[in-house]
Design a protein around this ligand. Structure first.
Ligand code: GTP
Ligand code: MG
Length: 172
């Protein structure tokens, strides 16, 4: 479990998947951004939910910044991996990045770190189901650590709390 109800989480996934929009939805009204722009490098966001004070490292998903992710593997208790469910062309790229992270020494040596996958943008007609995404990512072969896939719509907030609830249960 975590100490003092505080958890550091890493939020990763390809560019344009909705990471910053998801985190913005968790913030209190006075802290919410009105306009969300592509993340440059990374941002640190704080929010409280389900008795946990989260510090989230909101990483840029752009190719040229993805090498920054690994610098944050050390001090995290949980991972949120965000997928754009409508981006079927790049699901294989998302899988490559997920696999690369999971087989890094820092992460592989800590099987207690849970991975929450948001199958985001579920509202778009062309979006793949979470079952299809789960198959595409080969999640069934991730047998050594807790994982969960949750369909979400970061614009309306649908699915977001359910996902965080699962993550909180793993952390407490
Ligand atoms: P990087 O910072 O570049 O890695 O991207 P990101 O993953 O943080 O994505 P961001 O939150 O900036 O969202 C990218 C675009 O997707 C924005 O135009 C969002 O409004 C849109 N978006 C995010 N979530 C959803 C969703 O659930 N449904 C739809 N339709 N659009 C979404
Ligand atoms: Mg972002």
């Amino acid at each position: 479990g975590i100490r003092k109800g505080e958890a550091n989480i890493l939020v990763v996934g390809l560019d344009n998947s909705g990471k910053t929009t998801i985190l913005n939805a968790f913030k209190s009204p006075e802290n919410k951004s009105e306009e969300i722009v592509p993340t440059v490098g990374f941002n640190v966001e704080k929010f409280k939910m389900d008795k946990i004070s989260f510090t989230a490292f909101d990483m840029s998903g752009q190719g040229r910044y993805r090498n920054l992710w690994e610098h944050y593997y050390k001090n995290i208790q949980g991972i949120i991996f965000v997928i754009d469910s409508s981006d079927s062309l790049r699901l294989v790229v998302a899988k490559e990045e997920l696999d690369l992270m999971l087989k890094s020494e820092e992460i592989e040596s800590k099987p207690n770190i849970p991975v929450l996958i948001f199958a985001n943008k579920m509202d778009l007609v062309e979006s793949m189901s979470s079952v299809k995404i789960s198959q595409g990512l080969g999640l069934a072969s991730m047998k050594n650590r807790p994982w969960h896939i949750q369909a979400s719509n970061a614009l309306t907030g649908e699915g977001l709390h359910e996902g965080i609830q699962w993550l909180s249960e793993q952390l407490l």
